[in-house]
Design a protein. Structure first.
Length: 276
């Protein structure tokens, strides 16, 4: 009887052992952080040793958090960021962060699974907006040197911020890999204003060009009239005679043309068609 009872207890322990376990299998480039939550006895909390690539069994009561150890890209779209002349612009930005090797448990213990949203995101967004406000719309839309300088400044500020945070509230084991600020994008209202300004500018240039051409034409006609008058006086011709002379010169120049020429000789106002 005692033997049967022992076998029963052993079997029960084995069953409980198998059914109370689960497996943790982080992929390459990941670490798993175990969070112990014992049902009856034992100490709970974050395990200080991460589970690296492979397979590990743990108690069913133990949770785990998968942490990427590769550089992580966090995209942030900034709407209505203000330039130094209060122009509202939109930006697509990105910060790349990387958790330090074997320190994922420290990250989860100090700042939780949503560490980026909790302590990085808003500070990063405000830092970018602050630097954007130092420059004009043209530079923010087209000057790569200005944008590169903002990238460097924001990265340095975020490195300093993470260091200060680590000193106050516990280590934040994250490196700032890179910061990328895209060219400014005019928002819809700003785009409409720019289109209207461009259209007005083009219309003004077209009108100015038309007036310049008209002035040039008028000046040429005045100059030709002065030259004709001098030529007429030099030849000692009357106005009617000079007009007839010009008509014949036109006929001579228009080889093969079919033209109408009005002669006012003897005040007849005759119209002749001359085909060469």
């Amino acid at each position: 009887m005692k033997k049967i009872f022992s076998i029963f207890v052993l079997s029960l322990v084995m069953v409980l052992g198998f059914t109370s376990c689960t497996s943790v299998t982080p992929d390459a480039g990941q670490e798993a952080v175990l969070v112990h939550k014992p049902w009856f006895f034992g100490t709970g909390g974050v395990d200080n040793t991460p589970v690296e690539t492979g397979l590990e069994y743990t108690w069913l009561s133990t949770d785990y958090v998968i942490v990427s150890m590769l550089p992580q890209k966090f995209d942030e779209k900034l709407d209505d960021a203000t330039s130094n002349d209060n122009t509202l612009l939109d930006f697509n930005t990105q910060i790349q962060l990387q958790v330090k090797d074997n320190k994922s448990p420290i990250l989860i213990k100090n700042y939780g699974e949503n560490w980026y949203e909790r302590v990085i995101q808003e500070v990063y967004r405000n830092t970018v907006r602050g630097y954007i406000s130092n420059f004009g719309p043209f530079d923010l839309m087209s000057n790569r040197e200005v944008l590169d300088s903002i990238n460097v400044a924001v990265k340095n500020d975020m490195v300093d911020y993470i260091a200060s945070l680590s000193g106050k509230y516990g280590e934040l084991p994250v490196d700032v890999v890179n910061v990328v600020i895209g060219r400014a994008i005019p928002n819809e209202r700003q785009k409409a204003e720019m289109d209207a300004t461009a259209a007005a500018t083009q219309a003004k240039r077209t009108e100015e060009s038309r007036l310049e051409m008209l002035k040039a034409k008028e000046a040429a006609e005045r100059q030709r009239a002065v030259a004709d008058k001098a030529y007429q006086e030099e030849l000692g011709l009357t106005t009617d005679q000079f007009i007839q002379l010009r008509a014949w010169e036109i006929i001579k120049d228009k080889q093969g043309a079919n033209i109408d020429v009005m002669f006012n000789a003897d005040n007849t106002n005759k119209m002749w068609n001359i085909r060469r």
